[in-house]
Structure formats: structure tokens, C-alpha cells
Design a protein around this ligand. Structure first.
Ligand code: MEV
Length: 326
């Protein structure tokens, strides 16, 4: 018997980083997914294999890499943490075979680690015939995110769990927004991988050095997200685009942009985007452009001409779901 769970990735429309400091963020589940398949095994090891090219087995404290060399342990440890969190919660001590099938590029700000944790928690729960509630899935999947950085806001796990468009604030219930107007979005991937934890730490360090300046930036970002939510609700997409442009400026002020990201942001705007910003932790990874429908191709080409990889994404309404395959 196998249990399978499938969870969507995410794109943050406004508020990344500042959400760690209790400001709201606006985030959307996107139509790129991670599937996790889990089966019991007779020993107590946890063997994890990912289509991204990493395989290894955790036996107690030990890790044996089979594929992906030294990076395998770092990439697969969050899966191990998520699976172990569920085994602890259900009080079972069995081994597992876990297969990860991902269409979300890793470490580029599209929520691959959040979706992976959420899908792992749901699949392992389903294997023991437990359908965790949404808050339980978020809570259990946060264990893995704490390995990535020690003060996660929970925004990625929340949107992968619930799906749709969400107004999120740390330690508060997510507010799902019913968005009538279809949002036409193009992502531009710089192809530069980065570590979320390092970037979150760098923002914290800047805030410690110049708290009176950074606290104002952080508070402005919170006001900006509130306005972005209103713009979205009233269908004012050009205002939403403008707010995304300003949000990019605040992320530049926080020190998490890069030459590659700035180049793609400017390319998207010159191609006719209503607004563009880096999305996720920054430092590399992706930009997100809000575009009029008829400009999707022009903006994609502009991103390509600026050495980025364009990805057209759509909103998905559903969050993680799981099932049994006999
Ligand atoms: C990463 O997708 C979002 C960050 O705000 C980190 C977090 O919220 O935990 C950079």
C-alpha cells in the first residue's frame, strides 16, 4: 500500500521577508506541484529518492548518499524531518520509502521546500490513515522549515496547504481571498540558486545595524500589502502592479536583490509588465511580473533577452491533497 500527496508551489505577490517581522504578505498557490509517495518498509530506515537527482538513506543519526553526492543530505534532510515529525505525532517507529517527484525548481523562491514539507506530512499521515487538518499540516511541516532558517513565518507552508490566494500574517489564521479577475503572471528565473536562511539572516543583521531605518521599511511593507489586498479585491490590477514595483524597492532596501534580479525586473517592466519584483527570499531565484493578458509573450521574450527563463504560471484553487494507492 502506498500513500500519495500532491502540493502546489507558491509565488509571493507582496511582503516576503517583512512577513518574518509580523507584517502581512499576499501569496498565491501556483500550478507547479510536488508529489510525494510513501510506503512502509520492514526496518526503521528512511530512504528518500527525488527526481531532482538526489537519493539517500537515513539510519538513525547516519546518512548514506546514493545519488547527488554531498548535497543529497542537505536537500533530503527536510523530508526526513517532516516524515519523522509525523511518525512522532502518530507514535509509530517504522521505516519508510519516500519518493519525491517535483516540477518546482529548487532554491529559486517558488516554494519547493514548503510544498515538499507539506506533501511529505500529508502523505505520511495518510499512510497511517490520518487526514490531518490544515492547521496540523502547517504546524508539522514547520519543523522542516526551522532546519532551513530558525524564524520561519510559515507563509510557504500555509499557501501550499490551503491553495488559492491568501493574505497571511505569522501566527494568525490565513485569510483566503476570492479573486474574480484572472491574474496574468510571468515568472523570470535567474537560474541562480540561493539559501533562504542566509538571506533571512542578512536582513536581520541589517535591521540590527540600522533598526530605526529598517523598522520603517518593514512597516511600509506592511501598509503596502494591505493596499495590495484592497487593489486585488477591487480588481485594480494596475495599482497592484505599481505596489509590486514599490515592493521591489523595499526589498532592494533590505539588501536581498541582485544584479540578475534587477535586470529581469527592468526587462519585464520594459516589456510592458504592470509591475515586477523579486519573489521569495531573493539573492538569486526569480522575479514575478504582473502583466496584461496580451503582453504575456512580450514580457516573456524580454525576460529571455535579459538571460532569464520565463515561466507562465496560473493560480490554483486547491491546496495539498492526499490519497491511498493500493
Ligand atoms: C521565503 O519564501 C519567504 C521568506 O519571507 C521567509 C519566510 O517567510 O519564512 C523570505
Amino acid at each position: 500500500m502506498k500513500a500519495i500527496a500532491k502540493a502546489p508551489g507558491k509565488a509571493i505577490l507582496t511582503g516576503e521577508h517583512f512577513v518574518v517581522y509580523d507584517q502581512p504578505a499576499l501569496v498565491m498557490a501556483i500550478d507547479r506541484f510536488i508529489s510525494v509517495t510513501v510506503a512502509k518498509r520492514p526496518d526503521t530506515s528512511i530512504r528518500i529518492s527525488s527526481t531532482l537527482g538526489y537519493t539517500g538513506t537515513f539510519e538513525g543519526e547516519k546518512f548514506h548518499s546514493e545519488q547527488g553526492g554531498g548535497a543529497a543530505q542537505r536537500i533530503l534532510t527536510p523530508v526526513h524531518i517532516s516524515a519523522s515529525a509525523v511518525l512522532d505525532a502518530v507514535n509509530h517507529r517504522c521505516g519508510l520509502n519516500i519518493n519525491v517527484d517535483s516540477e518546482i525548481p529548487v532554491e529559486v523562491g517558488l516554494g519547493s521546500s514548503g510544498a515538499l514539507a507539506v506533501a511529505t506530512v500529508s502523505a505520511v499521515g495518510r499512510l497511517f490513515d490520518i487526514a490531518f487538518s490544515e492547521p496540523e499540516v502547517v504546524n508539522l511541516s514547520l519543523e522542516a522549515e526551522r532546519y532551513v532558517h530558525n524564524n520561519p513565518s510559515g507563509v510557504d507552508q500555509t499557501v501550499s496547504t490551503y491553495g488559492g490566494v491568501i493574505q497571511y500574517r505569522k501566527n494568525q489564521s490565513a485569510i483566503r481571498l476570492e479573486v474574480e479577475s484572472p491574474l496574468s503572471l510571468v515568472i523570470g528565473n535567474t537560474g541562480v540558486r540561493r539559501e533562504t536562511g542566509r538571506l533571512v539572516d542578512s536582513v536581520r543583521a541589517r535591521r540590527t545595524r540600522i533598526p530605526d531605518v529598517m523598522d520603517r521599511v518593514i512597516r511600509s511593507a506592511g501598509v503596502l500589502t494591505t493596499k495590495a489586498v484592497d487593489a486585488l479585491k477591487s480588481g485594480n490590477v494596475s495599482l497592484l502592479g505599481e505596489l509590486m514595483d514599490v515592493n521591489h524597492g523595499l526589498l532592494v532596501a533590505a539588501g536581498v536583490s541582485s544584479i540578475e534580479l534587477d535586470r529581469l525586473v527592468h526587462a519585464a517592466r520594459s516589456g510592458g509588465a504592470l509591475g515586477a519584483k523579486l519573489t521569495g527570499a531573493g539573492g538569486g531565484g526569480c522575479v514575478l511580473a504582473l502583466v496584461p493578458d496580451e503582453r504575456q509573450d512580450t514580457v516573456s521574450r524580454a525576460i529571455q533577452d535579459a538571460d532569464g527563463v520565463p515561466i507562465k504560471v496560473n493560480k490554483v484553487e486547491g491546496g495539498v491533497h492526499s490519497w491511498i494507492n493500493e
